[in-house]
Each structure stands twice: as C-alpha cells, then as structure tokens.
Ligand binder design. Structure first.
Ligand SMILES: Nc1nc2c(ncn2[C@@H]2O[C@H](COP(=O)(O)OP(=O)(O)OP(=O)(O)O)[C@@H](O)[C@H]2O)c(=O)[nH]1
Ligand SMILES: [Mg+2]
Length: 358
C-alpha cells in the first residue's frame, strides 16, 4: 500500500511528518509522497483547500498512492468529502494509531481495549460507509449484505461497546485485587514516548524478557517485575504502553486499566530517548498525556536513555546538569544503571522507613 502524507505547516513539521512516516510503516504502508498545507487555512468541509485537494488527487495518481494519511484528526464528513473528491482512501492520525494498536494487541485485555477504542471512533462515522464499517469492526456480525442499515449497525456497535465495557470492568476488578496486594511494596513505573527504550530498560533492570522492537508501540500491556536489592529492598517495576503526540483520546480512555498500573505508582521514571533530536517536544507530549491521566501529580524522575547515541560524554554531562535529579543511561549498553538502581533502593528504603514510623 502506498500512501501520501498530508501535513500542515507549523513548528516541528519535519519531525512530525517523519514520525507519521514511521507510524505508516508500522501499519504496513509505504510512504510515497508528502503534501504540505500552508498554515492557517482549515476548511470546514474538506480540511485542506480546494487547490490542495486537486494537488492531492494528481499527486496520488502520479505516485500510485491509494491512501492519503493526514497528520491531524479529521471530522467524519471531512473524510467523506475528501474521499469523494480525490478518489483515494483517507485516513487520519487517530485512525492510523488505532490501526497500529489493533495489529499490535496480543493479550485479551489489550484486544478488548483496542476494539472498544476503535468502535467508539467508528460510531459517529457510521453514515452509510458500509465498507468502512466492515473493515473497522470486522467480526462484530455486521458483515452481511442485509445488515447494512444504518440503524441496525449503530445498535450493534452500541451493544458491542456495552459488552466490551462489561468485560473490561471484570478484568479491571481482577487487576484491582492484584494491586491492593502490591500496595505495601514500593512501586515504580516506566513511562515515556513510544520507542524511547522503556522495555529495554525494564529488561536491563529486572532481567526480564519483555518484547523490544525498533518500531512504534511495541508494548501495549503492563508488565510488573520485582527487583530485590542485596539488602532485600524491594521495588515493583512496571513497564507499560508508550505515548505519542496527539494520542487518540478513545485510546487513553479505553487503556485506563493498563495505565492505572503506572498512574498509581509511587514513582514515575520518565524515559526519554536522549539521542532523538525531537526529545524536548516528546517530553512535553508525555507530560501532557500524564497530566490528562493522573488525578494528582506523581513524583517523577527523568531518565535520559540511549546515551550511547549521544556524540560525546560532554553532551551527557550537559543533560544531567540541565535537569537536576535526572539520570543518563544506556539500557542497551548497561551504562549508568547502577546509579539508577541505587536511587531506587534508597527511595524504597525511605518508603519502608515512613511506613515503619507510621
Ligand atoms: N542505541 C540504543 N538503542 C536502544 C537503547 N535502549 C533501547 N534501544 C532501542 O530502541 C528501540 C525501542 O526500544 P523499546 O525498549 O522497545 O522501546 P519502548 O519505549 O519500550 O517502546 P514502546 O513499547 O513502543 O513504547 C529498540 O530497537 C531498542 O533496541 C539504548 O540505550 N541505546
Ligand atoms: Mg515497550
């Protein structure tokens, strides 16, 4: 599948489009061309201007792209209008991310969560786009030719959404029981931008064997392992799903139970890819997602990972100096991990001390 990217001029557009390319690649599409819309012109009916739409149609034909991926979110009617005018399938950023999550989901819980998010995304878009529904919600029993009545489909989708919510509530109750058992221990969670190296760091710290890949959203679940120091200090470490700019809010909502593993931790380790030129913007994006899911701020420490990709040790020193209390590590090379472990043991000891005093 070839795709054309459509981005809007603005700060960080290059990086943002590069990221969109990686997202498309993760979803199995091959970027063929890029189209940029000038800043400040959002058309209500078709998002981009008429001239741009013509350009998109011609460009898609020239490079034989059958899908156009937009770097922003589009309204259901914008998608319909764009598809009618250009003759290519139009996918917006949220749909692309949902698609990746659907491909990546392995466990029962993550599958339920992704399906819920997809259906909630689809529901307002059910306006006679039958093919769209079949692709989006395959397996929900709306495939037959006799089933393509809008009302029937809407009812079925709503019923399925209700059923998924019930199943997820049951999973959540199970998790809650587990969590209340763990509450006595010191809990730390790895959070951060997708592909920052959270799972690699998790494996290095806990000697676990969590799936790692140089693609976006390798992890969609929460995994917890116990770390024990020689002095028998305990830290329960959790690795979980990564964040991204403009993470679809349906996903954030339906992944609540997975994210709770992180949001209830005593300490958050915010893992950053130190070698990424887009690092500062990624930190801001992660802080934004955290703010939207935390009911109260949690103690957070920055961990600059992938330090081996920094050109010099002076750069690493600079990072540490500019961010007091942060750590600079290479999870891959095992560098800087002793200091981080030492810090975790101290935090754990402090918590045990506080609990003993109480
Ligand atoms: N050079 C270098 N590469 C690293 C380091 N840590 C992780 N990586 C690589 O970065 C890529 C992503 O690593 P993951 O551990 O899967 O990243 P993640 O943050 O868990 O990603 P998601 O689960 O997708 O959110 C993999 O190719 C890792 O090998 C590091 O310290 N140095
Ligand atoms: Mg991961």
């Amino acid at each position: 599948m070839l795709v054309a990217h459509v981005g809007r001029e603005g700060a960080g557009l290059d990086r943002s489009l590069e990221e969109l390319g990686r997202l498309a690649d993760t979803a199995g599409a091959r970027p063929a061309a890029t189209l940029i819309q000038k800043r400040g012109t959002v058309h209500r009916a078709h998002y981009i201007g008429k001239g741009k739409m013509e350009e998109l149609k011609a460009l898609a034909a020239a490079v034989k792209a059958d899908v156009a991926i937009f770097n922003d979110d589009l309204s259901p009617s914008q998608v319909r209008n764009l598809e009618a005018a250009t003759g290519v399938k139009v996918v917006d950023r949220s749909e692309l991310i949902l698609d990746i999550f659907a491909r990546r989901a392995r466990t029962r819980e993550s599958r339920l969560q992704v399906e819920l998010a997809q259906l909630q995304y689809t529901l307002p878009r059910l306006t006679g786009m039958w093919k769209h529904l079949e692709r989006q919600a395959g397996g929900i029993g709306t495939r037959g030719p006799g089933e393509t009545q809008l009302e029937v489909d809407r009812r079925k989708v709503r019923e399925r959404i209700a059923a998924l919510k019930r199943q997820l509530e049951a999973v959540e109750r199970e998790r809650e029981t587990q969590r209340s058992r763990r509450r006595r221990e010191f809990r730390a969670a790895l959070v951060g931008y997708t592909n920052a190296g959270k799972s690699t760091l998790f494996n290095a710290l806990t000697r676990a064997d969590v799936f790692v890949e140089d693609r976006l959203f390798a992890t969609l679940d929460a995994t917890t392992r116990k770390m024990v120091s020689p002095e028998r200090r305990v830290v329960l470490m959790t690795d979980t799903v990564g964040f991204i700019r403009k993470l679809p809010h349906h996903l954030v909502a339906s992944f609540r139970s997975t994210l709770t593993e992180a949001t209830e931790a005593d300490l958050l380790l915010h893992v950053v890819n130190a070698g990424d030129p887009d690092r500062a913007r990624q930190i801001v994006a992660v802080e934004g997602v955290l703010e939207s899911i935390l009911d109260q701020p949690r103690p957070t420490v920055l961990v600059f990972n992938q330090a081996d990709r920094l050109a010099s040790s002076e750069l690493a020193e600079g990072l540490r100096a500019a961010n007091p209390g942060s750590f600079v590590v290479s999870a891959l090379k095992g560098e800087g991990l002793d200091a981080l472990r030492e810090f975790l043991w101290q935090e754990s000891a402090q918590r045990a001390g506080a609990a003993g005093a109480a």
